[in-house]
Ligand binder design. Structure first.
Ligand SMILES: C[S@@+](CC[C@H](N)C(=O)[O-])C[C@H]1O[C@@H](n2cnc3c(N)ncnc32)[C@H](O)[C@@H]1O
Length: 251
């Protein structure tokens, strides 16, 4: 058997709710060195570089064992802080970055539902596949469980708080606009909301939320997108993780 396949089946949980459990992530990261959720940087590099300057201070939420921060660093964005709930992910990320000489990147154990940062301290906050974890037990995606709603709102309120007045939140996800709108466009937030897509066949969503740019005529999600109908049996899904398959099946 292909050793990669053996490792993959070892880390896929029995139920999707495991993704909400820190111990699941600890066990997974203890044995898995690198896994890139959705797509790697090369697929959205051109998009992301439109919104991040080399001088930007950037917070990545739920870094896992992704190479996103290294790729950003390679593109000259050096003021980077990564957080993850899993202490195993954090320790392994620290070791990896240190061994590669990326000593300026800060890596901290922290909960995205209770961000340990001062108000208005980051130019950009990025998450890739991390907010999706909060939706694994959400019930009806059109009417998520109250516990899901309160967690997602806690996360977004924290992100909004730590962003500078003109800061940008970038959310990379398979969560479609009709399921994200109620959260991103909640009245408490001052950000404008735009959605772009990337990927061949199945499209991933790249949301850009610009703090301080919401106006009365900009309260709806701007869907600058051309979303194809989803083929649940698209080949690409075979290479994705269980979280991804569960969510697509739920929609
Ligand atoms: C689906 S993975 C995405 C990892 C990475 N961003 C990527 O693109 O490959 C979700 C990550 O979020 C982390 N995570 C889960 N709940 C979290 C929380 N409450 N606060 C911070 N990180 C969390 C997990 O440990 C895991 O690393």
């Amino acid at each position: 058997m292909d050793p990669t396949q053996a490792l993959k089946s070892d880390v896929v949980p029995a139920t999707a709710s495991a993704y909400l459990d820190r111990h699941y992530w600890d066990q997974r990261f203890a044995q898995e060195e690198h896994y890139e959720w959705f797509k790697d940087y090369s697929h959205f590099r051109d998009l992301i570089l439109q919104y991040i300057k080399p001088s930007s201070s950037v917070l990545e939420i739920g870094c896992g064992n992704s190479q996103l921060c290294e790729e950003l660093y390679g593109d000259g964005i050096t003021e980077l802080t990564c957080i993850d709930l899993s202490p195993v992910a954090v320790e392994k990320m620290k070791e990896r970055l240190s061994s590669k000489g990326y000593k300026e990147i800060q890596v901290l154990e922290a909960d995205m539902l209770d961000l340990p940062f001062e108000d208005e301290c980051f130019d950009v906050v990025i998450e890739k596949g991390t907010m999706d974890v909060l939706f694994v037990d959400s019930g009806d995606p059109w009417d998520p469980e109250p516990v899901t709603v309160s967690k997602v709102m806690a996360m977004l309120e924290g992100v909004h708080r730590v962003l500078k007045p003109d800061g940008i939140f970038i959310s990379i996800t398979f969560g479609q606009p009709h399921f994200r709108r109620r959260f991103f466009s909640a009245p408490t937030f001052t950000w404008s909301v735009e959605c772009r897509t990337f990927g061949d066949g199945f499209h991933y969503f790249f949301y850009i939320l610009k703090k301080g740019e919401r106006s009365s005529d900009n309260i709806e999600l701007t869907e600058n997108i051309d979303v194809p109908s989803i083929n649940l049996f698209h080949d690409e899904l075979d290479n994705e993780d269980y979280l991804f398959r569960i969510q697509i099946g739920d929609m």
